[in-house]
Design a binder for this molecule. Structure first.
Ligand code: A3D
Length: 320
């Protein structure tokens, strides 16, 4: 059987890391695409030259021609600009919306059967716009944010409890922005929910609240340290987890920015929710019950996403 084809639209910091991870995991042959000539070709060759030492079999191609993504099984979109210190994700909206238009059209023309994972910020609005511009089925276009935000939460919790990250599960829902909703009640250490761990004296509510806030600020913390761009190792790893779930029909339960129409009281919008990813793409939205406080936080986050979508419609009349 032919190897799957993975197209990376955008070959910057995340795109290059995605290519390396996809090769090391032998998920398929990789096409790196970018508008800047030389970067995708250079990264593809560099990664291919790591193959003999690492021992992977995966073809690497770099290109500036959309025709080379033809027939891709998975497209991961990082095209656009990242933020710099002092910028919010929302500041990227105008410039990245134009990028989503060209990317959406390129995917629609050359890889209409692909499972598309968007990473470009502001995430929830960009994945919505990318779906609109591409016209692909909603269940095949999804945004990566919840896996990353949950991974950050899990990392901070494992430090606090001094336990393996493997035994920490965590859930972060809502939009990928300052209003994201880390759900402590659904987050556990070895199956024990966080509020119970507070009761057991493993941590205090104040410390837990600080970890929740650090999770919300997780992207900004890295931007502040790097100064020249935003996080790329963990974002790439998170998207690869989603791509692998699709390619291997793993039926993983992962929080993603998915199109929700009916569940969680939402009517036709993209926002971070628990999903099941398998060969059908987003196969299920998990309609969890939220407490009054959680619902209030989620509603606030949903409103923030709706505001960004309206802003997109104001910029590009074809979306209205
Ligand atoms: P960067 O290293 O700048 O790479 C972006 C690449 O996109 C560059 O190589 C550009 O040449 C290329 N590009 C620009 N316009 C186009 C176009 N029209 N078609 C194809 N390629 C184009 O950025 P990065 O890789 O660090 O980040 C990429 C995006 O991911 C940014 O928007 C970040 O804000 C976003 N991001 C999202 C998360 C989430 O959790 C959602 C996390 C980290 C970064």
């Amino acid at each position: 059987m032919a190897r799957p084809k993975i197209a990376l639209i955008g070959s910057g910091q995340i795109g290059g890391t995605l290519a390396h991870l996809a090769a090391m995991k032998e998920l398929g042959d990789v096409v790196l695409f970018d508008i800047t000539d030389g970067i995708p070709q250079g990264k593809a060759l560099d990664i291919a030259e790591s193959g003999p030492s690492e021992g992977f079999d995966a073809a690497m191609t770099g290109t500036t021609d959309y025709a080379d993504i033809a027939g891709a099984d998975v497209c991961i979109v990082t095209a656009g600009v990242p933020r710099k210190p002092g910028m919010s994700r929302d500041d990227l909206l105008g410039i990245n919306l134009k990028v989503m238009k060209s990317v959406g059209e390129g995917i629609a023309k050359h890889a209409p059967d692909a499972f598309v994972i968007c990473i470009t910020n502001p995430l929830d609005a960009m994945v919505w716009a990318l779906r609109e511009f591409s016209g692909l089925p909603h269940e095949k276009v999804v945004g990566m944010a919840g896996v990353l935000d949950s991974a950050r939460f899990r990392h901070f919790l494992s430090l606090e409890f001094n336990v393996s990250m493997k035994d920490v599960t965590a859930f972060v829902l809502g939009g990928h922005g300052d209003t994201m909703v880390p759900l402590t009640r659904y987050s556990t250490v070895g199956g024990i929910p966080l509020p119970d761990l507070v009761d057991m004296g493993w941590t205090t509510q104040d410390k837990l609240d600080a970890i929740v806030q650090r999770t919300r600020d997780g992207g900004a913390e890295i931007v502040g340290l790097l100064k020249t761009g935003s996080a790329f190792y963990a974002p790439a790893t998170s998207a690869i987890e989603m791509a692998e779930a699709y390619l291997k029909d793993q039926k993983r339960l992962l929080p993603c920015a998915a199109y929700v129409d009916g569940a969680l009281g939402l009517n036709g919008m993209y926002v971070g929710v628990p999903t099941v990813i398998g060969a059908g793409g987003i196969e299920r939205i998990v309609d969890i019950k939220l407490s009054k406080d959680e619902q209030a936080m989620f509603d606030k986050s949903v409103d923030a996403v709706k505001g960004l979508v309206e802003a997109c419609k104001g910029i590009d009349s074809s979306l209205a």
